[in-house]
Design a protein around this ligand. Structure first.
Ligand SMILES: [Zn+2]
Length: 260
């Protein structure tokens, strides 16, 4: 049996309706646009998950990339970024800056995002004053702009790295930590620290330092305490973060967690 040709079928319909050739071509475009595609992760009402939209240009059917491709790229980056659903909700826009020093931090964060030459942003000191919220807010803002950024929760990541040091995945993981455009290290040197923790962190931070790849750091230790742990790491953080290095003095009044 001969399969009915959909174009002839539409053409006959168009002819029967006395349609002009433009209407016939448009009918073909409509059929193409209605076909479902195979892209996953985001349900696009415009291209029906084909990633392309068909249009008529001077009586010729041409396709253009659908705008959902940008959304899909950002989603893919978010998945690779390590930013969980809960952390995605923390933005600079919803950081509540009640006091002057919080306002200063927020202003620095916004300036950092706009500063293409900035190589680092560090919030050091004081426990529980919203350091992670601000830094993850920067990461989310960068991702929203389509700039690859990665969230590295120090304690979890360092334990994974040490456990997998002999695995094939180790090199790939280290490469990603070294090469991603922006890397946010959360709670650096939290907990007990040994030589292998220091040497892994030095490898990552030094590689980024040598290649001008920005870092964001939040840490409960101040720069002098970091120096006591490792002079080389501390001096690189100090230099990379420059004017975006903020030390929050220890003062229980600043502890947001204690208030709530
Ligand atoms: Zn689409």
């Amino acid at each position: 049996m001969v399969k009915p040709n959909i174009w002839e079928f539409i053409g006959q319909g168009a002819k029967m309706n006395g349609c002009d050739p433009a209407a016939y071509e448009q009918a073909r475009v409509d059929v193409l646009n209605a076909l479902p595609g195979k892209l996953t992760g985001y349900d696009c009402p415009i291209c029906k998950n084909k990633g392309a939209v068909y249009v008529l240009r001077e009586m010729e059917i041409v396709s253009r990339p659908c705008e959902c491709l940008t959304v899909r790229q950002v989603n893919a980056m978010l998945e690779k970024s390590g930013v969980s659903e809960a952390l995605k909700q923390k933005t600079l826009g919803n950081f509540i800056a009640k006091k002057g020093w919080q306002q200063t931090i927020l202003e620095k964060a916004n300036a950092f995002i706009e500063d293409d030459s900035a190589l680092g942003f560090a919030l050091l000191g004081q426990v529980g004053c919203g350091k992670t919220h601000i830094c993850i807010g920067i990461v989310n803002a960068l991702l929203a702009k389509g700039i690859p950024a990665m969230y590295m929760p120090y304690r979890e990541e360092i334990s994974v790295l040490k456990k997998t040091q002999l695995d094939e995945s180790f090199g790939e993981r280290m490469d990603w930590l070294k090469r991603v455009k922006y890397l946010y290290i959360d709670d650096l040197f939290k907990g007990k620290i040994n030589d292998s923790d220091i040497s892994l962190m030095f490898e990552i931070i030094n590689d980024r330092y040598l290649n001008n790849r920005p870092i964001l750091v939040s840490c409960e230790k101040n720069i002098d305490e970091l120096r006591e742990i490792d002079e080389a790491i501390a001096s690189r953080i100090y230099e990379m973060c420059g004017k975006y290095r903020i030390n929050i003095a220890r003062d229980d009044m600043k502890n947001q967690r204690m208030k709530s």
